[in-house]
Design a binder for this molecule. Structure first.
Ligand code: 6LW
Length: 498
């Protein structure tokens, strides 16, 4: 069958995967968004269904005023002896912790902290013992993977943290995962940074504690030499063996806007590539060590069809699963119904690294049309924001000013905050906002109840990219209300991908 990448689209970085019975589960990082650590399930490795999050309670994760792209970094998801474990870093508080659950569709435990620094923690279970790894640095400041044994009940360290492997010399050695296969321990990691130089490297040893011998042809997977190719920044992966015994790597990458437009605004997404173990015990990954947009494979049964949800509405999504808030929400400002949403604004604006009244869904592909009815019942401003971070967002809204209403398009690109257009709409307090997204541009228009419609202008997607804004997130289609007297009703939301 033909597999098309990415297998999970939109801002879902740092995938980690495990298997329980005949089902695969996958977790991603979530930075400043809440709930934290989105979870997915799949029966065939190709079709992934979102099922919830690991961090759903304030007590599990401190997100108050965390900087954008701070908060929840890369997780590792593991299943051992009937129990799921998820370990991650709160990069803002610089704490590593894990949570566990016996029901992945339910709630997870309170956090159990581990006194080892670094990011990208990993858990490895063997013979009743549990080993914890994260990245760190040695006495000379060089990146190294650190390992200690922990008590899985208390999180207490049972051994000192020991350096295991220094990688192959690429910058930002991170994302360690440990696997045992046919008598070899494989220590896989990422190097090169999560941008265009990203790569997957690995080493192996006969002992869990090393010494680790690097794969002679590292990096085993990277797209860093595929200039202009749509998929870039391939790295940070996790291995899984399928029911048929085949190995795969799930990893992050991003899709750049165009061949000569090396920017990405959809965030880091989840990609899949085959892994093949050779007779000498080393493994190769991808297609000539790269990840491609589509490939043929006979490893997945022919009857499996790769499906994709193209339309997202209030009715066919679940608030707690598909939507997210900026940091911890003030619950009283959100009324979530099946077919409509009521938001109450506060003084907190979208320009602050705080928690404005905002609920969003990831932009999952380049070409999309978004429509939503917005009715403003009092003063203030409410609408749709294409949100990268507090300094980079395009706001398209209805606003109350001088006893009249207007539609406003405001572009926020770093220090440049520009009102592109305002159109007075008299006493109309309700509009239908429409956004057409293509690879390179967003086009904004609106329609009034009497059928009148008007285009407000366009804006380039690349100014919302990570290359402009910095950070590790992607564009979220946010519905928002600002100003403490603002109350707005949103209905008939449709986001349709071509
Ligand atoms: C993550 C690090 C990375 O923890 O990005 O791609 C960081 N790699 O490993 C944030 O997601």
């Amino acid at each position: 069958m033909q597999i098309t990448n990415p297998v999970i689209k939109g801002f879902y970085p740092d995938p980690s995967i495990c298997k329980a019975g005949d089902t695969y589960y996958l977790a991603c990082s979530s930075m400043q968004y809440f709930p934290g650590v989105p979870l997915f399930e799949s029966k065939d490795l190709i079709n992934w269904r979102p099922i919830g999050h690991a961090l759903t309670r304030r007590s599990q994760i401190m997100l108050d005023k965390v900087n954008s792209s701070g908060g929840v970094f890369a997780p590792t998801l593991r299943y051992n002896d009937g129990r799921f474990y998820m370990t991650t870093t709160n990069d803002t508080t610089r704490q590593n912790f894990f949570v566990w659950t016996d029901d992945i569709y339910g709630e997870w435990s309170e956090p159990i902290y581990i006194d080892q620094g670094g990011i990208d923690p990993d858990l490895y279970f063997e013979d009743g013992k549990v080993y914890f790894m994260s990245n760190g640095s040695d006495d000379n400041g060089r990146g190294v993977i650190l390992q200690c044994q922990i008590d899985i009940v208390t999180g207490q360290k049972l051994t000192p943290s020991r350096p295991l492997w220094q990688g192959t010399g690429g910058r930002f050695l991170e994302s360690p995962h440990m696997y045992l296969m046919n008598g070899w321990y494989y220590l896989m990691a990422a190097e090169g940074g999560t941008e265009f130089g990203h790569m997957v490297t690995y080493a192996r040893s006969k002992s869990l504690h090393g010494p680790f011998e690097p794969y002679p042809h590292n990096p085993v997977l990277t797209n860093r030499n595929l200039g202009g190719y749509e998929i870039q920044a391939v790295g940070h992966g996790d291995l899984i063996q399928d029911q048929g015994g085949n190995w795969w790597i799930f990893h992050l990458g991003f899709r750049q806007i165009g061949k000569w437009i090396p920017y990405h605004h959809l965030g880091r997404e989840v990609f899949l590539a085959p892994v093949t173990f050779r007779e000498d015990g080393w493994f190769t990954a991808g297609h000539n060590g790269t990840t491609v947009t589509s490939f043929e494979t006979n490893r997945i049964p022919e009857h499996v069809v790769q499906q994709e949800q193209k339309v997202y509405t209030f009715e066919n999504t679940t608030w707690a699963i598909d939507w997210c808030y900026l940091r911890h929400p003030h619950d009283q400002n959100y009324k979530l119904h099946n077919d409509r949403l009521t938001l109450t604004g506060t003084e907190v604006t979208l320009d602050q690294a705080d928690s404005p009244t905002f609920i969003g869904i990831r932009q999952k592909d380049f070409n999309a049309s978004v429509a939503c009815n917005v009715a403003l019942t009092q003063s203030g401003e409410a609408g749709i924001t294409l949100y990268m971070d507090e300094n980079h967002h395009y706001d398209f809204a209805i606003r109350h000013a001088d006893d009249q209403y207007e539609v406003i398009l405001r572009l926020n690109i770093g220090d440049i905050k520009h009102v592109q257009q305002t159109v007075p709409i008299g006493t109309n307090s309700q509009v239908q906002l429409l956004v057409e997204a293509s690879h390179e541009r967003y086009t904004f228009s609106f329609q009034l109840d009497d059928g009148q419609s008007l285009e407000l202008g366009t804006a380039q997607t690349k100014y919302l990219s990570s290359e402009v804004a910095g950070g590790f997130t992607g564009v979220i289609i946010g519905l928002y209300a600002v100003h403490e007297d603002a109350e707005a009703q949103f209905s008939s939301f449709v986001c349709e991908y071509q």
